[in-house]
Structures are given as C-alpha cells and as structure tokens.
Design a protein around this ligand. Structure first.
Ligand SMILES: O=C(O)CCC(=O)C(=O)O
Length: 253
C-alpha cells in the first residue's frame, strides 16, 4: 500500500506459480478455440491443436496464433481481446491470495465497494499502432471512481526492460490528473492522451517483468506501451479494480 501511495506503481514477483500461469494461458487458448467455433472454424481448430504442444512450443504457438488472428480478422481479434474476460481462469486471478492482499490493503475501508471492470487482453507488436496505448492515466477513463488500482501481467513470454516492449511508467507521474485529448481508433483502444510532454516532464522506466509477476498501479499513474522492438509480439492482461469512495490520499478530479 505505501509503495503504491508513494511511487504510483509496484511490482510483485512470483504472484502466480509457473503452473498457475501456464494453466491460465492454456485456458485462454481453450477459450479462444471455443469462442471462434461458430465464427472462424480454422482459427478454432488451430487454437485447439496448439494445446497439445510441449510447454515452450505451446507458448510460442499461442503468440503466433494471436498474431495470425490479428492479421486475418481484426474485428474478431478485437472482440477476443475484450471478451476473453469471460473465461473462468480470470476468477483465479481475483482469488489469488497475494493479489487479494494488495487490493484489500489498498482500498482499506472501501474494499467492500470495490468493483472489478471487465479485464482485457493486450497484444503489442512491432509497427502495430492500433493496439498500442499512448501515455494516459486510468483515472481519466473512470472519472466517477475516485480510487482505482490496476493490475497488469504478461502471458506466454517474459518482457525485458530494454529493447523489448513492456509497459513504461513516468517516474513520480501520479500526483495529479492532466487534461487530455481523446483519440478513437477503429478496432483499437480509445486513447486519452494528456496535454503535457510526459517525456520532458518525467523520467521514464520500463520494468523487466516475467510470467508470474504482476505490476500494480494506481489510477493517476501515467503509463503507456513501450516501443515494440522484439520480433515476437507481447501479450498481457489488465484488470481494473475501482471504488467510488473518495479516499483522501489523492485530489478529487
Ligand atoms: O500493455 C500495455 O502496453 C499498456 C497497457 C495499458 O496501458 C493499460 O492497460 O492501461
């Protein structure tokens, strides 16, 4: 809690065991195969077949599958990114003891009013700007909720700090909410870009993050997708916990 209050974000290592994260990844691909059955049988079958691969091949195969879907059918891909929250494994994330402990401590007496927003899957790839997040603050997407805690974790592969393409934070960039411009992209995320030169105003940092690790960050923390340098795309999940009770620690919007 105090790290989050003083730093805006915090990294927790090994929140999920390797077995747990692999189970999550397998259930995601199983979900995609079922979700696509009535929409795109070739993709459904492809997804089903990689489930039988050995672990390393499975993880690479999963990334390649998502890359294939994104190229072949952008609408279906965007639907999957938003709908994959409906697979049961997401509940294990909420129920994870380490996550619960951080969420409980962060919200304190507001814990009982916490709402979890629909998680989304994020896919980042070289030269794919539509699915990349520019600088933003989650607090500007949820102005009715005065307190927010967001968790982000990679699946299928680890993400290095440099020359890879993780998530970038503005150091100490969580102390106020900035006015923003809104940009809407077809089959892509709506952007709410602060009207400041973030990189001039703040130092930036892209943490190294492995499968099983989780980054927690608070609503006003400025963040974005790093430039993608890796030829292998990066897949991650974000889950948002919000409470509408003013916390006092941050200025109301
Ligand atoms: O995964 C990323 O690159 C950025 C994620 C993000 O900014 C968000 O979920 O708010």
């Amino acid at each position: 809690m105090s790290i989050l209050k003083n730093k805006g974000y915090s990294i927790q290592r090994n929140v999920f065991t390797k077995t747990e994260i692999l189970k999550f990844e397998k259930n995601l691909i199983l979900f995609i195969s079922k979700f696509c059955k009535s929409k795109h049988i070739k993709i459904a079958n492809k997804a089903r077949s990689i489930l039988d691969y050995e672990e390393k091949e499975f993880r690479l195969g999963a990334i390649k599958l998502l890359e294939y879907i994104e190229i072949k059918n952008k609408t279906l891909f965007y639907e999957i990114s938003k709908e994959c929250a409906n697979f049961h494994s997401i509940d294990y994330v909420d129920q994870n003891k380490k996550i619960q402990s951080v969420v409980r401590k962060f919200f304190g007496k507001n814990y009982n009013t916490v709402q979890r927003k629909k998680p989304i899957m994020l896919f980042n790839k070289k030269n794919l700007d539509r699915l990349k997040y520019l600088w933003h603050q989650e607090s500007q997407f949820y102005p009715d909720h005065k307190l927010g805690l967001h968790i982000w974790f990679p699946v299928f592969r680890n993400v290095k700090s440099n020359n890879d393409g993780g998530m970038t934070f503005a150091v100490n960039g969580f102390k106020k909410n900035y006015k923003f411009s809104e940009i809407k992209l077809k089959n892509g995320w709506t952007q709410r870009v602060p009207k400041i030169d973030v990189e001039k105003k703040f130092q930036t940092l892209t943490p190294e993050i492995n499968r099983g690790d989780v980054i927690f960050f608070i609503g006003p923390q400025l963040h974005k997708s790093d430039e993608q340098y890796n030829n292998i795309p990066r897949v991650s999940f974000v889950i948002r916990y919000l409470s509408d009770v003013y916390h006092g620690a941050f200025k109301p919007i």
